[in-house]
Ligand binder design. Sequence first.
Ligand code: ATP
Length: 297
Amino acid sequence: LLQLYQPLNFFGFIYSEIRQALIDMDNMFDLLSLAREVEDRPGATTLRVAHGEVSFEGVGFGYDARRPILDNISFTIPAGKTVAVVGASGAGKSTLSRLLFRFYDVSEGVITVDGQDIRGVSQESLHRAIGIVPQDTVLFNDTLRYNIGYGNTAATDEDIERAARLAHIHDFIKSLPDGYETRVGERGLKLSGGEKQRVAIARTVLKNPAILVYDEATSALDTQTEREIQAHLSEVSRDHTTLIIAHRLSTIVDADQIIVLEDGAIAERGRHGELLAQDGRYAAMWRHQRREEQTVD
Ligand code: ATP
């Protein structure tokens, strides 16, 4: 029986290794949400990031040509500034970040980074310049150290700890019996939504991209965690060109510009105070969220 068991056990091992590799690959594709819809153009150049200014000019897009999602979107995020996008579910907010990362190509208009059409540069160089903190961070079935350092092979332990401190996850990690060696993911320690987002922030800090995209989680984190993450994020986004896809307006009161998307078009834009003074859609959304928060508090 042992003779039979050993090979079976061996195949079981191989199977679990293969399965793990597939999960990792799957996670990676999820992580980067690699739609693989676009290819580098022949002769694609390397993106030259001078300051990190991002510009959408007359952008139109639909996942299906028969159903337009975005129409004539124009806005600029000056280098180091923060633009926040708000709007009802399905308005097309996350689609903007997918287009910037070039998972899909625009059907009209152009997106530029420091004046270069992103369709003309290699995806590798574009992705190096942009760090995304996604809505739902997928963690690898590996250690916290690996999960933070992922994507930055040159990172030392000190670099990883510094990033974790900035993302305010270092103390939590140190409090775990295995510290940075703690395994997380499906087969390890389950982290809360807020902890996962902090790992994602640490990963992004380590990558130190010129452009930061923060896709706020739709699932409500508790108010305290939300405030903390917000505080950490504004620390991290200082000096970075930042696009925030926001669901909670309290996150973005300090943004340099707020864009209100409605049915794929820009309905309003301005700073928080200006939009409140306009007393239009944003002001109505603000009042609505305040009322909800007060009911919850
Ligand atoms: P939410 O606040 O709920 O995250 P959102 O404003 O970010 O919404 P998007 O994710 O940009 O909305 O989606 C805009 C529209 O595009 C939605 O109607 C959605 O159904 C559609 N859509 C999103 N992704 C795809 C896809 N991969 N294929 C086809 N349609 C899609």
